[in-house]
Ligand binder design. Structure first.
Ligand code: NAD
Ligand code: TDX
Length: 360
């Protein structure tokens, strides 16, 4: 049997896009390890799960015994660790879940990888890699100028980013202390198909389509650096194949936008593909323009002001560059959501786009 790659979190947003990417670009076998939380759905992998090249294991990455068994059973050629609790607002309400998955779970994946790797013959040890997928949020918040570099000191502000930062430190420690062949990617905000509708872009789109308010936190001037998800997948794949062990690679598309700019562009695109004048949900409420739905709401506690990524290292060393510009990415995304309302309904069983992150 061909050797397999472990992909944790493969039923989530980036994970499902990454599984599709690897499926199309290679002939590798994949083992998807996912707990199927509120954010993980097999429907995001429709079609692919039928392939004999793909195995699905519903397992919690923090379950040491189950993870050990998977390493022993499949003997992977490498691991791409995407599984995480990923939503900042939820981390404000329930930080414990983030500690458990993002720190304890990452540690279990690393430690069991090390135990397994030590049993491999030299030649296989040399090929094995553990790539940990992280975020730019570990660097904290920027002022009006400047970019996050790989050398920027960590300064996480939310329980989410603190948990991701902890995991990054553990990955580094496992490389430095035990020689586990590991590396890290730190990416900016992703957007595109299969993003769970708790995040700004799908939430704004779906609310607007249904004639509901589009919540904008604070003054709407916080800046994020947006990257189309397929470009992130390509960066992860390049780093996994050719990145230097023990290194970190920042990934980002230099698409800095205020949240207000993002929402305005989305609502314009929605008007183009689904005019408000033809949308019964808006007509019923006497609303003639999607922009009327924009609503300023209480700010997120500890809301980072600005993120911006310097991706020159991955460009230079691994020849990665984004394929999609912001305009084409946004248009593809809006069209995808309009054409996949069945997916949106299927994944929103326990969550109705209520406001999160104000509880504590
Ligand atoms: P997501 O929330 O859409 O998906 C996370 C997946 O992990 C889900 O399928 C979920 O079921 C699974 N999962 C959660 N806890 C688990 C556990 N204990 N065991 C096994 N599986 C578990 O997240 P996403 O946006 O796809 O993010 C994926 C990774 O990329 C995360 O590590 C995140 O920190 C990182 N990241 C995300 C972004 C972004 O903009 N979304 C940017 C940079 C980095
Ligand atoms: O309803 C909203 N209104 C709003 O103004 C929501 C959900 C968000 N926002 C703001 C908060 C942020 O400034 O929009 C911006 C983007 O918010 P999110 O989509 O929640 O993303 P963010 O907090 O920036 O984090 C995302 O990017 C980095 C991912 O969720 C993380 O997993 C990733 O690491």
């Amino acid at each position: 049997m061909k050797q397999s790659l472990f992909i944790t979190g493969g039923a989530g947003f980036i994970g499902s896009n990454f599984v599709r990417y690897v499926f199309q670009k290679t002939d590798l076998r994949m083992v998807i390890i996912d707990k199927l939380t509120y954010a993980g759905h097999k429907v995001s992998l429709a079609g692919i799960l039928k392939s004999p090249r793909v195995k699905f294991e519903k397992v919690d990455i923090a379950d040491t015994v189950a993870i050990r068994r998977l390493y022993q059973r499949y003997k992977p050629v490498g691991v791409v660790n995407l599984a995480a609790e990923s939503h900042v607002d939820r981390s404000i309400d329930s930080p414990g879940d983030f500690i458990e998955t993002n720190i304890v779970g990452a540690h279990v994946m690393l430690d069991q990888a090390l135990q397994f790797w030590k049993t491999l013959p030299r030649a296989k040890q040399k090929k094995f890699r553990f790539l940990h997928v992280s975020t730019d949020e570990v660097y904290g918040s920027l002022g009006k100028t400047g970019l996050f570099k790989e050398t920027t000191p960590y300064s996480p502000n939310s329980p989410y980013s603190a948990s991701k930062a902890s995991a990054d430190h553990l990955v580094r420690a496992y490389y430095e202390t035990y020689g586990l062949p590991a590396l890290i990617t730190n990416c900016s905000n992703n957007y595109g198909p299969y993003q769970f509708p708790e995040k700004l872009i799908p939430l704004a789109l779906l609310n607007a389509m249904e004639g509901k308010n589009v919540p904008i936190y604070g003054d709407g001037l916080n800046v994020r650096d947006w990257l189309y998800v397929e470009d992130h997948c390509a960066g992860i794949w390049q780093a996994f194949r050719r990145g230097r062990l023990g290194e970190k690679y920042n990934i980002g598309g230099r698409n800095e936008r205020t949240n207000l700019e993002v929402v305005d562009r989305l609502l314009d695109a929605l008007e183009e593909f689904y005019p408000a004048a033809r949308n019964p949900a808006l007509l019923r409420k006497g609303i003639c323009c999607y922009h009327e739905l924009k609503t300023f709401v209480h700010d997120r506690p500890g809301h980072d002001r600005r993120y911006a990524i310097d991706a020159s290292k991955i460009r230079r060393e691994l020849n990665w560059k984004p394929k999609y510009d912001y305009e084409s990415g946004i248009r593809r995304t809006v069209r995808w959501y309009l054409e996949h309302l069945d997916w949106c309904r299927a994944v929103q069983t326990t969550y109705q786009r209520e406001r999160l992150g104000l509880k504590k």
